[in-house]
Structure formats: structure tokens, C-alpha cells
Design a binder for this molecule. Structure first.
Ligand SMILES: *[C@@H]1O[C@H](CO)[C@@H](O)[C@H](O)[C@H]1NC(C)=O
Ligand SMILES: *[C@@H]1O[C@H](CO)[C@@H](O)[C@H](O)[C@H]1NC(C)=O
Ligand SMILES: *[C@@H]1O[C@H](CO)[C@@H](O)[C@H](O)[C@H]1NC(C)=O
Ligand SMILES: *[C@@H]1O[C@H](CO)[C@@H](O)[C@H](O)[C@H]1NC(C)=O
Length: 416
């Protein structure tokens, strides 16, 4: 008897321990454990978690109530009937507005400011502004006024040079490069396109079939399809890769068969508005060997190098349309991929660049890395890029909330 009861005690204690442990773990997960905040290095992260703007339910409701009452057309001159009527209207307005407010807060706010960032990310931004690695000397206008989406589209259309490096561009016009560099500029014309971010929130999105229903799909860096097709689809028309990915050996760029599909476009950060020659002498990653080796191995696959002008032309537009100083580092691969597809396609659906309700602390859907910088940006001026994409969105907030989906027009069709 004694034995049995002490055994039971042990079991109970064990169960209690497991319970406590589970609760602790759950709480930690909810809080969002933040692992390595990589402030340097070019971790080219896609978004993962919208910052919680610190608005409590009470504040939201109060905000609505305050604004609601402000707008009450309470005029002592109006008749009793009218006052009673308007009171009813105001009531129903209030209910509707409260709902809208909740929805609005769950999608990206296009006026997000660095003040809303976690202090660590604010510090990172300030440090990058101090370091100014690419020697950015911006002299253009700064947020003179908030431009309409149509004007912003015209800026993108008129000021971005989407040319690829060709065999005619010095210093690639040598016999050493001749076998490897494409002879002509890229020539792609596409219909409805999808840009698939690598965000952790792509996981369990079940968007695979929707994504594959597009005429063309752009993916980033090492984002895998195999094993994830239910969420991210299978089609890969273009893969935008950065020079770090193709240079660093652990990334297995030369051996992993997932890179053998579609057209590859490579980019590397250049000094601010440098010439191709200047950049060639000082690339961020010395990718030349890897590029040539890949071309030797797969000579038939189209593989372009993006001209380095595009990144800073785009950066200038982001800065011009932001009320604050943005990080003086190139835009993210995400932003570059989006504008590339806007140039190639009639219409572009972007998935999980602006986070949906599935927002998570996980950086990539295929890796267990947790980092706040992935959504809000540390190295890249991600916050400001996202403000712009939100401003340009032709789709509904609901689609952002449910699918992380933003719809953008092709630049070809933009009337300026
Ligand atoms: C209420 O309205 C004022 C003025 O229109 C605006 O500045 C403020 O942001 C509004 N508050 C909310 C919670 O929308
Ligand atoms: C409003 O309606 C109520 C009944 O619902 C009525 O008693 C009242 O006289 C009306 N007028 C005002 C000014 O409240
Ligand atoms: C290169 O091709 C892109 C995409 O087709 C196009 O937008 C761009 O204008 C071309 N540039 C030149 C100089 O031909
Ligand atoms: C490459 O282009 C530059 C500038 O156009 C020119 O000066 C140079 O001679 C060219 N090099 C070769 C090998 O053709």
C-alpha cells in the first residue's frame, strides 16, 4: 500500500511539473522569444511580424468614441425628431467604426514611423545612419508632400532603370567575361504575376494553388518549394538572388537543384550611385567566381546580373516619400523583386510582404530563425518600403489581413 501511494504521489508531482512547464513554454512563445538580432551582415530578410502598435482595446474604443462624438451633428436648432434619428445613426456608426478600426489595426499602417519600432531596431537604424557604409549623399526633396499613389507609380516608372548588365557594359565587355554575361538586356513580358515572400507567415497559408494560378511567380534567394508547395506553390519563373547567397559556400548554390528553374537575377549592393566600373572593383560580395562557375555548369539557364543603378534609384524614391531619414542601405530583395515584377507584368500580387493575421516571429517559412528585424527592418529600410507598398495597394485590407496579399499595377500600364 505504502509503495502504491508513494508511486502515485510521484506521478502527480510529475504531471504537475509537466503542466507548469507547458504553461511556461506557451507564455514564452506568445511573448515571442527574440533570438539573434543580427545588426550587421546582409541578412536579407522578408517580413514576419507586424509590430504591435501598443494600442489596447480600450484605447481603440475610446478613440472611436471620441471621434464619433466629435462628429455628432448635434444642433440645438434641429427638431426633436432629427436629434433622435441622428442619435440612432451615430450609434450604428459607432459599432461599424469600431469594427473597421480593429480591421485597420490588423493590417500595416502606411504611416508607420520608426518611433513605433522596438528600441533595439531604432538603435540599429540610428547606427546605420551613422555608419553610412555606401556613402549615401541624398540631396533630393524630402517628403515635400504626400504624393498620391498614381504619382508614386509614375516616379517608379520614369526613374527606375530595369536594365540588366550585358556584354557591352564595361568592365564586363572583356573576353574573360564574354562567355558568361548575357549578350542582351532581359526581355520578359508577363501577365498576372505573384511575388512570394519568404516570410514565416507563409507557413500554413495554404496559398500554393492560388500562387500557382498566376502566369509567373517570383521567389527569393534560397526559398524552397519542395516540401512546402501546399503553402507556397511550385511554379518558379524568376528567382531573385543576392550575391551573398551565391558566394557563401554553405548555401550550396552550385549544387542545389532548386536553383535550376526559371530565370535567375542576381543583385549586389553598390556604393551610392556609383558607376558599374566603381561597383565592379568593390562589390559587397565577390560573386564573380561563383557566377562564372554556375554559368559554366548551366549555360542554358538565363542568369542575369541586375544593373546596380536600380537599387539606389529605388532608394531615392523611398527616401523622397518618407518623412524620416531611412537607413542608408539598399532596399530589401523583397522590394527589388516587387518593382522588377511591376516592370515585367500587367499586375502583381504580393504575398506576405505586408504581414497577414498569420504574422509570426519566424523569419522564413523554411527556417527556425526568430528575429524582429525580419519584418520591421534593421539593415534594410523595410518599414519605409512597406509604407510605400501599402500606399500603392489596389486591393482590400481584408486581403492583406487574410492572405497577406497586396495587388499592384504593372508599370507598363501606368499613365503619366
Ligand atoms: C480623431 O480625429 C482626429 C481629427 O480628425 C484625428 O487626429 C485622430 O487621429 C482621430 N482619432 C482616431 C482614434 O482616429
Ligand atoms: C426622442 O424619442 C423619445 C422616445 O424614444 C421621446 O420620448 C423623446 O421625446 C424624443 N425627443 C428627444 C429630444 O429626446
Ligand atoms: C531592359 O529590359 C527591361 C525589361 O524588359 C526594360 O524595362 C528596360 O527598359 C530595358 N532597358 C533597355 C535599356 O533596353
Ligand atoms: C569596354 O568598354 C569601354 C567603355 O565603353 C571601352 O573603353 C573599352 O575599350 C571596352 N573594352 C573592350 C575590351 O572592348
Amino acid at each position: 500500500m505504502v509503495h502504491v501511494s508513494s508511486f502515485r504521489k510521484c506521478v502527480y508531482i510529475l504531471l504537475a511539473c509537466i503542466l507548469v512547464f507547458t504553461i511556461c513554454l506557451w507564455k514564452e512563445t506568445r511573448r515571442g522569444v527574440i533570438f539573434s538580432l543580427r545588426l550587421d551582415g546582409r541578412s536579407d530578410h522578408m517580413p514576419w511580424k507586424m509590430w504591435r502598435w501598443g494600442t489596447s482595446k480600450e484605447e481603440i474604443v475610446q478613440g472611436v468614441a471620441a471621434n464619433g462624438t466629435d462628429k455628432v451633428p448635434l444642433s440645438t436648432k434641429s427638431s426633436n425628431i432629427k436629434i433622435n434619428l441622428s442619435t440612432k445613426v451615430i450609434r450604428s456608426n459607432l459599432v461599424m467604426k469600431t469594427k473597421d478600426f480593429y480591421n485597420a489595426l490588423k493590417v500595416w499602417n502606411k504611416d508607420s514611423s520608426s518611433q513605433n519600432l522596438h528600441p533595439r531596431l531604432q538603435k540599429a537604424r540610428e547606427n546605420y545612419l551613422k555608419i553610412n557604409k555606401y556613402r549615401v549623399k541624398y540631396v533630393g526633396p524630402k517628403y515635400a508632400h504626400k504624393v498620391r499613389p498614381e504619382e508614386l507609380l509614375c516616379q517608379l516608372r520614369k526613374r527606375l532603370d530595369f536594365r540588366m548588365i550585358t556584354a557591352a557594359d564595361s568592365p564586363f565587355n572583356t573576353s574573360e567575361w564574354e562567355p558568361y554575361v548575357p549578350k542582351g538586356n532581359i526581355s520578359i513580358k508577363l501577365g498576372r504575376c505573384a511575388v512570394v515572400s519568404s516570410a514565416g507567415s507563409m507557413k500554413s497559408s495554404q496559398l500554393g494553388m492560388v500562387i500557382d494560378s498566376h502566369d509567373a511567380v517570383l521567389r527569393f534567394n534560397g526559398a524552397p518549394v519542395r516540401g512546402f508547395h501546399f503553402d507556397v506553390g511550385e511554379k518558379t519563373t524568376i528567382r531573385l538572388v543576392n550575391s551573398q547567397l551565391i558566394t557563401v559556400e554553405e548555401k550550396r548554390f552550385l549544387t542545389d537543384p532548386q536553383y535550376n528553374f526559371g530565370t535567375l537575377i542576381l543583385w549586389d549592393p553598390a556604393p551610392y550611385h556609383s558607376s558599374i566600373e566603381e561597383w565592379y572593383k568593390k562589390p559587397d560580395y565577390n560573386f564573380y567566381g561563383s557566377f562564372k562557375n554556375y554559368r559554366k555548369k548551366y549555360p542554358k539557364q538565363p542568369f542575369y546580373i541586375l544593373n546596380p543603378h536600380l537599387q539606389w534609384q529605388l532608394w531615392d524614391i523611398i527616401q523622397e516619400n518618407s518623412p524620416e531619414d531611412i537607413q542608408p542601405n539598399p532596399p530589401s530583395s523583397g522590394m527589388l523583386g516587387i518593382v522588377l515584377m511591376m516592370n515585367f507584368c500587367d499586375e502583381v500580387d504580393v504575398y506576405e510582404y505586408l504581414p497577414s493575421k498569420r504574422q509570426t516571429n519566424i523569419c522564413h517559412y523554411y527556417q527556425m530563425i526568430f528575429d524582429q528585424a525580419c519584418t520591421m527592418g534593421a539593415y534594410h529600410p523595410l518599414l519605409f518600403e512597406k509604407n510605400i507598398i501599402k500606399h500603392l495597394n489596389k486591393g482590400k485590407d481584408e486581403d492583406i489581413y487574410n492572405y497577406g496579399k497586396v495587388t499592384l499595377p504593372g508599370l507598363r500600364n501606368v499613365q503619366c
